[in-house]
Design a protein around this ligand. Structure first.
Ligand SMILES: [Zn+2]
Length: 381
């Protein structure tokens, strides 16, 4: 399997990147690229595939040592910056810029991947801009962001743009069947329910618990018949999000903790050096922040699942032929379509986006935002 086989539904992008890989060094290879695409479309996968292909003797075979090293994050000439934090600061970028000036160790290029270029602070972006304006002959910057509007126009104008699109349900389903050996029905369900988000589709396809949690979320709208149900639904959505976030973070939390223990020799010597306690405190603090953010992310995704239900109900009402995201819940959808007008569904979709804004922009506690939202989603008696 080549490095390109990990990209789903991006034939045009692959062609562009392969052409760049095949061109001679020094023949005007762009030194800065910007990969954009909706969440889950695989923009950082595309950047990594490109990085691997640029180093690989056979243009990204996916099998050689170099390809494996890029995939594992251990290639000495590929540095990937990804963050759990909300912003990437200027110090971090200055480190990167220093690294970008180094001569590649084994490979042809010194490649720097910045996964969340939309999170660069203004001064960080300016430091990066300088580096991009005066590139080293063998340095390649690969920046990733949801849209071009998410990066400074000055950076945008100096990068070559690669736009990923949302893969279709058929493409995602085929990927799940081929790559993960998922059963065709489950693959179709997961592809539809994920709305083109590959990571989400894989989680839904492979993990019954993830499917069960999504099922409970999309069952909410048809059950909002009175105030009590609204309050319970808010609590349930919040609980489900905490459960899922916990499932996502617990493994990595434990890994980080044992890495820390090992670094301080806690394991072998069975005693704790003085520096260990503050390091542990820092780790626990950052893990807590990450857990909180994850809960918000998962609640947010739950909200988008709710929106998909109202959109489906609307589609049924107006007789649209578009594919239903929740085709497996036809009964619920007809209940909604019968009991509410299209205007009411539109108003509910607005209410969901408002709750999202409350949580993400104004830091309203999730449960509170969810409660008032559920009341606004209530079905007329
Ligand atoms: Zn290779």
């Amino acid at each position: 399997m080549t490095v390109w086989d990990r990209l789903v539904g991006q034939a045009g992008v692959i062609e562009t990147l392969q052409r760049a890989v095949g061109s001679d060094p020094g023949s005007g290879m762009s030194h800065a690229w910007l990969f954009t695409g909706p969440p889950g479309s695989g923009r950082s996968n595309a950047a990594l595939a490109f990085a691997a292909a640029l180093h690989c003797e056979s243009g990204g075979c996916g099998e050689c040592k170099s390809c494996h090293e890029v995939a594992a994050g251990t290639h000495p000439d590929v540095q990937v910056t990804r963050t759990e934090r909300l912003s990437i600061g200027v110090e971090e970028v200055r480190d990167l810029v220093r690294g970008s000036a180094l001569t590649p160790i084994g490979g042809r290029w010194q490649i720097l991947v910045v996964e969340d270029a939309d999170r660069l602070t203004e001064s960080a972006a300016n430091a990066l801009l300088k580096a991009i304006e005066e590139p080293n002959a063998r340095t390649v910057w690969l920046l990733c962001a949801p849209t071009v509007e998410d990066v400074l126009p000055t950076i945008r104008s100096r990068t070559r743009l690669v736009v990923l699109s949302t893969p279709s349900t058929t493409e995602v389903a085929a990927f799940l069947v081929d790559r993960d050996g998922v059963d065709a029905d489950v693959a179709t369900y997961a592809a539809r329910a994920s709305q083109g988000h590959i990571g989400r589709a894989r989680a839904l396809a492979r993990d019954p618990d993830t499917r069960r949690r999504r099922d409970r979320v999309v069952a909410i709208p048809a059950g909002l018949r009175d105030l009590g149900a609204c309050v319970r639904a808010a609590a349930e959505l919040h609980e489900l999000a905490k459960e899922e976030a916990e499932a996502m973070t617990s493994v990595i939390d434990v890994e980080e903790r044992s890495a820390l223990d090992e670094a301080y020799g806690v394991v072998e010597r069975g005693r704790r050096p003085r520096e260990y306690a503050p390091a542990l405190r820092d780790l626990e603090k950052s893990q807590k922040t990450r857990a909180k953010r994850r809960v918000l992310d998962v609640v947010d995704r739950g909200l988008m699942d709710l929106v998909s239900v109202y959109r489906d109900a609307l589609a049924l009402q107006i007789g649209s032929r578009s594919e239903l995201v929740n085709a497996d819940r036809r009964e619920d959808l007809s209940v909604l379509a019968q009991r509410s007008s299209p205007e009411e569904h539109l108003r509910r979709i607005d209410a969901v986006f408002e709750a999202r804004e409350q949580m993400l922009e104004f830091n309203v506690p999730p449960l509170l935002a969810l409660e008032s939202m559920m009341v606004a989603l209530r079905l007329a008696a």
